[in-house]
Ligand binder design. Structure first.
Ligand code: NDP
Length: 237
């Protein structure tokens, strides 16, 4: 049996893309998995049916929904906060409400979810948030607000690693580069420009990111905390 057998895993934002791959990976390894979604009910129901995971409708833009679902699902052995949106546009034209909603989902939700999870989490638990290589590098115009949200996760992880380290709870950021999902399809209009920045000129797969998440949740990484783990084909190199 796998390390994750009988472990309780919650994925915030798991209906599609990277989050769905994380749900599949932990389910396959025998964990007891629940995931949240906001809009994609059909995808969430199909994923639940194919994996045995539990789908929970909960909007990551609403702080008390995030806290409520983490509390109700706890105690968690592993929390993964994946839900994220990318509002990328000219800073002078961008809708300020869209920027603030992105901050709610990409920054406020991971912070409050992580803190709430730690309240009940057993010693040695794992908190993993999905950031972005854009937390380190923003090599094109229009990404200031998105980059701000992903850089914020770096400071959060460093600080929470200190807060929870005494209990062996680790806090890490996985930072993907271009990954083939609905958010960033491998054949989208920006693909060529993205591949120009990369050493390995292809989009990564959601399964590749899920592999790094599983590693950071597994038995070999108990001493890994407060750190950023970039998986980007050299986009930020
Ligand atoms: P997708 O847009 O393909 O999927 C996003 C997932 O997040 C969906 O399951 C969606 O659920 C969920 N989600 C979005 N908003 C909410 C919300 N308000 N409440 C609950 N769930 C929500 O994105 P990716 O899989 O590509 O991205 C996942 C993460 O990886 C994000 O944090 C993103 O910033 C990050 N990332 C992605 C990269 C890429 O190239 N793809 C690169 C670097 C980082 P639903 O549809 O049900 O609302």
């Amino acid at each position: 049996s796998s390390h994750f057998t009988h472990q309780k895993v919650l994925v915030i934002g798991g209906s599609r893309g990277i989050g769905a791959a994380i749900v599949r990976r932990f389910s396959k390894e025998g964990a007891d998995v629940a995931f949240t979604y906001a809009g994609s009910k059909d995808a969430a129901d199909a994923l639940a049916a194919s994996t045995g995971a539990t789908a929970i409708r909960s909007d990551a833009a609403v702080r008390d929904e995030v806290i409520g679902v983490v509390k109700a699902q706890g105690p968690l052995d592993v929390l993964v906060v994946n839900a994220g949106v990318a509002v990328i546009d000219d800073s002078l034209a961008i809708d300020p409400d869209a920027v603030d909603r992105m901050i709610d989902i990409n920054v406020r939700a991971p912070y409050h979810a992580a803190v709430e999870a730690a309240r009940q989490m057993p010693d040695g638990g794992r908190i993993i948030v999905i950031g972005s290589v854009n937390g380190d590098r923003m090599p094109f115009a229009g990404g200031a607000a998105y980059a701000l949200t992903k850089s914020a996760l770096q400071g959060m992880a460093r600080g929470l690693a200190r807060d929870f380290g005494g209990r062996g709870i680790t806090v890490n950021v996985v930072q993907p580069g271009p990954i083939d999902t609905d958010m960033n399809p491998h054949d989208g209009p920006m693909s060529g420009a993205m591949h120009d920045f990369m050493a390995i000129k292809r989009h990564g797969t959601a399964d590749e990111v899920a592999g790094m998440v599983a590693y950071l949740a597994g038995p070999e990484t108990r001493i890994v905390t407060g750190a950023m783990h970039t998986i980007d084909g050299g986009f930020g190199a």
